[in-house]
Design a protein around this ligand. Structure first.
Ligand SMILES: *Cc1c(COP(=O)(O)O)cnc(C)c1O
Length: 455
């Protein structure tokens, strides 16, 4: 490693990747295809194109093309906020007194405050290119809806957002950002859709979940003219777009002569982690290098660590295609933790297959220890992290402390996916010692897994 490493492993605008990387191309065992619940067969391009934009449906199904050109208009948009910083966490290292070197890739440096903008602009671009009027989506914590509304405003598209009710209530300011960017925002479950009305009847008083909101957004997209549904995580296409994170990270590490040992990311639907690790996993799959890759999930919604690998619905309303993934069951209702973006019962099929092949591992962390890590990080690195991102911080700190015990100076790289300015109600609870941990019981998980579709 070079002697004097700067705080920021800087890249120039020219070093922003001009192609996304599709890790599926290098996987021998491909992720399982989406299945149409009506036919029981792999979903076709034609079927997917009724829900998604056609080009995105093609990307969803493409297991073979390794590199996909990033259209010029998307690249121009990327240049407004990319390359994102890869920062050496000198202050955190010092505070932990660890021989480990810690690096974080910070995706919160844009107004939407998270990595979700990387895919939002791509999805909005393809919708516009297809001549659509607008797109419909759900949002959990609000980051995806914010990112999409920014992208739609930029391209002149309409944007309808179903927002998980607990976030809608916890984060009124998020809603106002979205409205400022021109989006229509509805708390979910709502009575605007048939599936929303059904969920409200079954679970009165529910604070909602990503799964519910997805069902509503899909229904709203397919029942109206000139609309398609877009999704901020889980799907293959989203991981493809998010590969820009990993490609930049790898370019910067290579430029400064750093070989990562451990790569850590939080896992909700898997898009930031999938994007961050894709180029590194590609090397592992091609036998060129080895890394320890760790997915971090909340103890309250432990899809990898306590779920099963099976076909399941992506949404509570059971109207979306089935995906083979690590899942807690689509009827699993996660507790209202403050990392809204991690409250999803399933996981990306790509990451699920990589986990199944033992190429990545997974750990859980509890909400209270996550906020403690967030506070420690904020005080020395000067960034107020999103609660989701703080799951990765917690794990990176643990890893660095392990290095302190063993005396190893590993290079730890983690994804800092966003900022927490709209999560201050959660921070307030933490500061007032009002935060609690909720860990679902075996019975609770078993009950929802028992309801998996038989396929
Ligand atoms: C949405 C979100 C996540 C989790 O989603 P993934 O698809 O798993 O990346 C993590 N961090 C932030 C800040 C988010 O907005």
């Amino acid at each position: 490693m070079k002697e004097e490493m700067p705080y920021k492993l800087q890249l120039t605008e020219k070093e922003i990747p001009t192609q996304w990387y599709n890790v599926r191309a290098d996987m021998k065992e491909k992720p399982a295809p989406l299945v149409n619940p009506a036919t029981g067969k792999a979903a076709t391009l034609e079927e997917l194109s009724q829900v998604f934009c056609e080009e995105l449906a093609k990307q969803e199904l493409d297991n073979d093309t390794a590199y996909v050109d990033i259209p010029g208009e998307i690249l121009d948009f990327y240049k407004m906020y990319r390359p994102s910083p890869l920062v050496r966490a000198y202050c955190l290292e010092k505070k932990l007194d660890t021989p480990a070197h810690i690096f974080y890739k910070f995706e919160g440096n844009n107004t939407s405050g998270s990595h979700k903008l990387n895919s939002a602009i791509a999805q909005a671009f393809y919708a516009k290119a297809q001549g659509l009027k607008g797109v419909t989506t759900e949002t959990g914590a609000g980051q995806w809806g914010t990112a999409l509304s920014m992208a739609c405003a930029y391209l002149g598209l309409e944007c309808d957002v179903f927002m998980v009710k607990c976030s809608y209530e916890q984060k009124p300011f998020r809603r106002e950002v979205m409205r400022t960017f021109g989006a229509n925002v509805t708390p979910s479950p709502s009575d605007k859709t048939a599936v929303g009305r059904k969920i409200l009847q079954e679970f009165p008083g529910t604070t909602g979940s990503l799964g519910c909101a997805i069902s509503e957004a899909v229904e709203s997209a397919v029942t109206r003219e000139g609309r398609r549904y877009v999704l901020g995580s889980v799907l293959n296409q989203v991981l493809l777009h998010q590969s820009v994170i990993g490609l930049e990270t790898k370019t910067a590490l290579d430029k400064y002569g750093v070989k990562a040992d451990v790569i850590i990311g939080c896992a909700g639907g898997g898009s930031n982690l999938g994007g961050l690790i894709s180029p590194f996993v590609g090397q592992m799959l091609r036998g060129e290098a080895n890394y320890q890759i760790i997915a971090i999930e909340p103890a309250s919604c432990p899809s990898f660590t306590r779920g099963v690998y099976a076909y399941d619905f992506c949404d509570t309303g059971r109207i979306c295609p089935l995906a083979k993934m690590y899942t807690l069951g689509s009827s699993f209702m996660p507790s209202a933790i403050h990392a809204g973006g991690l409250r999803f019962h399933g996981m990306s099929t790509i990451l699920s297959e990589l986990y199944h092949q033992h190429l990545i591992e997974a750990r859980t962390v509890r909400q209270t220890e996550v906020f403690q890590a967030a506070e420690d990080f904020a005080r020395c690195e000067g960034i107020l992290p999103a609660p989701e991102s703080s799951h990765a911080i917690k794990a990176a700190i643990d890893e660095a402390l392990r290095c302190k015990e063993s005396g190893e100076s590993k290079n730890i790289v983690f994804g800092l996916t966003g900022t927490g300015y709209f999560d201050l109600v959660a921070y307030q609870k933490f500061n007032d010692h009002d935060l609690t941990d909720y860990i679902p019981s075996e019975e609770e998980i078993a009950a929802s897994i028992a309801k998996l579709p038989k396929i």
